[in-house]
Design a protein around this ligand. Sequence first.
Ligand SMILES: [Zn+2]
Length: 197
Amino acid sequence: MRKTCKQLHKILKKGKVFDFEAGKDFRAYLNSFSNFPDNGIYYMFEEGEAGHKDKRIVRIGINRQGTLAHRLNTHINGTVRNSIFRKHLFRILGIEKKVFQHIQKEISFCVINDPDNRRKEIEKKSIGEVSNCRACMPSRNWLGLKSETKRIKESGLWNVHHVFGEDRLNNNDLKYIEDNLVVAKTVKKGGGNSLFQ
Ligand SMILES: [Zn+2]
């Protein structure tokens, strides 16, 4: 078995885990962290899903337009048109309220900053890595198994693009992820929590 996916999970374990508990006030919640990255990559986890004896990554994404906080907000407070993730959930759960509640209660995430503008590449390689990892299979109860999208069901990821792709993370990529990870240790200072040590 390739060790890279395990290493990725190990790195993310040191990251600050954000959740969507704030719901409608999610944007304000993120804004309360004074230096939440403008651009970055997010790795999502879902309740009940385990991989490498840790939280299993269930979705990987980045911000293309707008900020990372804006992108993450569209997942919980957006529409099926501006969030593909919502669209996948909506097709299974059937009503917007259930989609909102599922994201609010079951999904959490870590983020990495992207000072060198490498997020497209890192996203692609991360999805290639995790979707091809045999230690990252979904549990029998994973909601995504009800999806009609074959790539979701088979990969255990709420992703379609780059799933089962050939590109993989190398040591340099892992170092970039580790160096730019928003870490668990937060310092409350003035108006907001500092996310970097
Ligand atoms: Zn894995």
